[in-house]
Design a binder for this molecule. Structure first.
Ligand code: SF4
Length: 493
């Protein structure tokens, strides 16, 4: 097989299919590209893949680092001190623990830049160990960053903010100007979490406004790929890939959704689709999903109760949901479902929700029950962070709903604190600490009591860095608070 290289993890070498590295320049600026997770997880981040390919396409000698490469590059085992810049990409707040650890251990005197969903939503927590946060999509920012790397100097820009910036604005692209990433690296000797898949992004952003969903708010506007160019790339997918992994926040809103699934079904390799909006499910869709080789359908109704739906900005009435789930079951697909609890949810509310869920889904369905985690730029950024009270409600779900998994409350709380931090906190983070101890460390610098209440009228400082619609987020936040106050306020203020 062509384009196979050996890459260096801490304790072993493994083979990687890598059609990109052959184009890496021998000379020129050296950029250490870090992903704060193990290699196999990094390999399934389309953002990481894209930044790597774009840097190399722009004449940068980019080499990758992961949490299991021990401070040496995957490609040539070069130590980080030999690189001119560090560029990291982070999707989730919990990644900050590993990012902080990496920078504290290995960084020398290079400038550090970080991009990705969570830093873009709130760059402030990163400003003690990170010089710049990139507020924008890779295609819109990497070409200009590459030119800065060539000149050796980082220029201030609207979408590149630092601790001294007073404002900033997101840079994004029209997908028509951004070809699909046809060259992707793939581990050959280990299986990544979703299998040996080729990643294909058919839409970006989401047209809906669920009030807790940071991805939906930050990635607006909703954009769609031209089906012809998607098909062209799909038809080239074969060995060593075993499947096509579809990336889309809201696949059923894609205009060419069914034509895309039909094309996937005609391929030699299997396909997979992400969780689907309940309202986009119909008979033909579930048959096509079965035909691509998928065995489960994940839905995230979040709630079946109008009083919770008014707070969350998402939810489906029981009879509508049941009709859709029956379609899923009719073609022998297994449904999986995500459910969310609201702050201060009463046990009677939980009881009604559980009864509805059992009646709709039956005994076999696997549920994941999450507390609401307030995130920047969402209307629910003003909601209380998860507490022990929500933990009791989650445990009630676990006891009464067969096959329910819970998102652990301490991790949810840590995630919320990191996401809403209005001070730099990276230097206080340590991935070796359990979440409760980590929260205790953070409590020395952040006033957690404020975060345990609703913060109506709050205009948080990250809103100076405009990555979503501020008026809409604030307006819907106040609406959610009013809806919550009417029903749930006696248990919490
Ligand atoms: S929860 Fe799903 S449908 Fe709602 S905004 Fe987020 S991605 Fe879109």
């Amino acid at each position: 097989m062509k384009n196979v290289i050996k890459i260096n993890l801490c304790r072993r070498k493994i083979r990687e299919f890598n059609p990109i590295w052959a184009f890496a320049p021998r000379r020129g600026p050296k950029v250490a590209l870090f992903y704060p997770a193990p290699y196999e997880v990094a390999s399934q981040s389309l953002g990481f893949q894209l930044v790597y390919a774009l840097l190399i396409a722009h004449g940068i000698r980019a080499e990758r680092f992961t949490t299991d490469s021990c401070g040496f590059s995957l490609e040539t085992k070069t130590p980080i001190k030999k690189f001119d810049f560090i560029l990291a990409s982070s999707s989730f707040e919990i990644d900050y623990l590993y990012l902080a650890d990496f920078l504290k251990r290995y960084k020398t005197n290079q400038k550090v830049l970080v991009g990705g969903l969570s830093p873009m939503a709130n760059p402030i927590p990163l400003f003690d160990l990170v010089d710049y946060v990139v507020l924008g999509e890779a295609e819109a920012t990497i070409p200009q960053l590459a030119s800065d790397f060539h000149s050796g100097d980082i220029e201030p820009r609207e979408w590149l903010v630092s601790s001294t910036s007073e404002g900033g604005k997101k840079a994004w692209i029209d997908l028509k100007d951004a070809p699909l990433l046809a060259s992707q690296f793939l581990p050959l000797d280990i299986d990544p979490p979703w299998g040996k898949g080729f990643l294909i992004e058919v839409t970006r952003g989401c047209p809906h406004k669920c009030r807790f969903c940071m991805e939906g708010w930050i990635n607006k506007p909703f954009r769609e790929r031209d089906l012809k160019s998607v098909i062209k790339v799909l038809r080239e997918v074969g060995e060593p890939y075993e499947k096509v992994i579809t990336l889309s926040l809201s696949l059923t809103d894609y205009n060419d959704y069914k034509a895309y699934l039909r094309e996937l079904a005609s391929l030699e390799v299997t396909g997979s689709v992400p969780s689907l909006r309940v309202d986009g499910i119909d008979e033909e869709a579930v048959e096509l999903i079965r035909a691509i080789g998928q065995r489960t359908v994940t839905v995230a109704p979040e709630t079946t109760l109008p009083e919770k739906s008014k707070v969350l900005g998402k939810g489906f009435n029981p009879s509508f949901l049941k009709e859709k789930i029956n379609l899923v079951k009719k073609v022998q697909l297994k449904p999986k479902a995500y459910v969310m609890i609201v702050p201060g949810e009463h046990l009677e509310t939980a009881k009604k929700e559980i009864e509805n869920l059992k009646e709709i889904f039956g005994k076999e369905t696997h549920f994941t029950v999450n507390p609401l985690i307030p995130k920047p730029w969402t209307p629910l950024q003003i909601a209380p962070i998860p507490s022990d009270r929500e933990e009791r409600v989650l445990i009630y779900y676990k006891k009464n709903l067969p096959n329910a998994d819970l998102y652990p409350i301490r991790w949810a709380k840590l995630q919320a604190i990191l996401s809403l931090a209005t001070k730099p906190v990276l230097k206080y983070l340590d991935p070796k600490l359990p979440p409760s101890k980590q929260i205790a460390e953070l409590a020395k610098v952040i006033d957690l009591s404020e975060l345990h209440k609703w913060r109506t009228g709050w205009e948080p400082p990250w809103m100076n860095f405009e990555v979503a619609d501020p008026r809409e987020a604030l307006r819907l936040g106040e609406e959610s608070y009013e809806a919550w106050r009417e029903v749930f306020s006696e248990s919490r203020t």
